[in-house]
Design a protein around this ligand. Structure first.
Ligand code: AMP
Ligand code: MG
Length: 189
């Protein structure tokens, strides 16, 4: 028995916060998911190889290197069984364009049951990025953020076609974190 749920969202949407809160809600009911951060698996290898000093440098590595790190992470995560929640990206914005977070060779390893897109309005994401000093967020306008979210929906549809997984959107607007966490918990339950 088990379930694999992939949770994605553009940087600054509050994905990790919503995940933590949803898992806390489920914990009270005795439902335990193992939270896995895809970027952390990539970063462990990248920092060991001396390629980057922080996780936000990874999306500026050359494409081949990002794909190698991605493949290695997917293979490791594929070996984890049970109820697994994978915090990652539908696509990563790189200097040469959108890089699919779950290309075919990653999907084949992960085989998710569901892909969740955490979204909110682009102007809110813009302000959240400006307010976050713990990360090196991309300097990007609201239009760029809107385009990224739109592209992610298109890409998620193709992931559904490749795997038969379901795709669902969880909205995380300002001041409604509790609702977002409840909605995500409903998906996981
Ligand atoms: P995060 O902490 O979720 O923002 O992830 C940190 C970094 O990990 C991202 O900026 C990407 O460079 C990388 N990353 C995470 N998931 C993926 C993925 N599925 N494919 C490629 N890169 C990823
Ligand atoms: Mg995060």
């Amino acid at each position: 028995m088990g379930k694999r749920v992939v949770v994605t969202g553009v940087p600054g949407v509050g994905k990790t916060t919503v995940i933590e809160k949803a898992l806390a809600l489920l914990g009270r009911e005795g439902i335990t998911y193992q939270p896995i951060n895809f970027g952390t698996f990539m970063y462990e290898v990248a920092s060991e190889e001396g390629l980057v000093r922080d996780r936000d440098e990874m999306r500026r590595l050359d494409g081949q290197t990002q794909k190698r790190l991605q493949k290695t992470a997917a293979q490791k995560i594929a070996g984890i069984e049970g109820y697994v929640l994978i915090d990652t990206h539908t696509s990563v914005k790189t200097p040469t364009g959108y890089l699919a977070g779950l290309p075919e060779w990653v999907l084949r390893d992960l085989m998710p049951d569901t892909i969740v897109l955490v979204e909110t309005d682009e102007d809110q994401i813009l302000l959240r990025r400006l307010g976050d000093e713990t990360r090196v967020r991309d300097r990007e306008g609201a239009k760029g953020i809107a385009e990224h979210q739109q592209f992610n929906r298109a890409l998620a549809a193709s992931y559904a076609m490749m795997t038969g997984c379901t795709v669902t959107v969880v909205r995380n607007p300002d001041f409604l974190l509790d609702n977002a966490a409840t909605d995500l918990a409903d998906v996981l339950r």
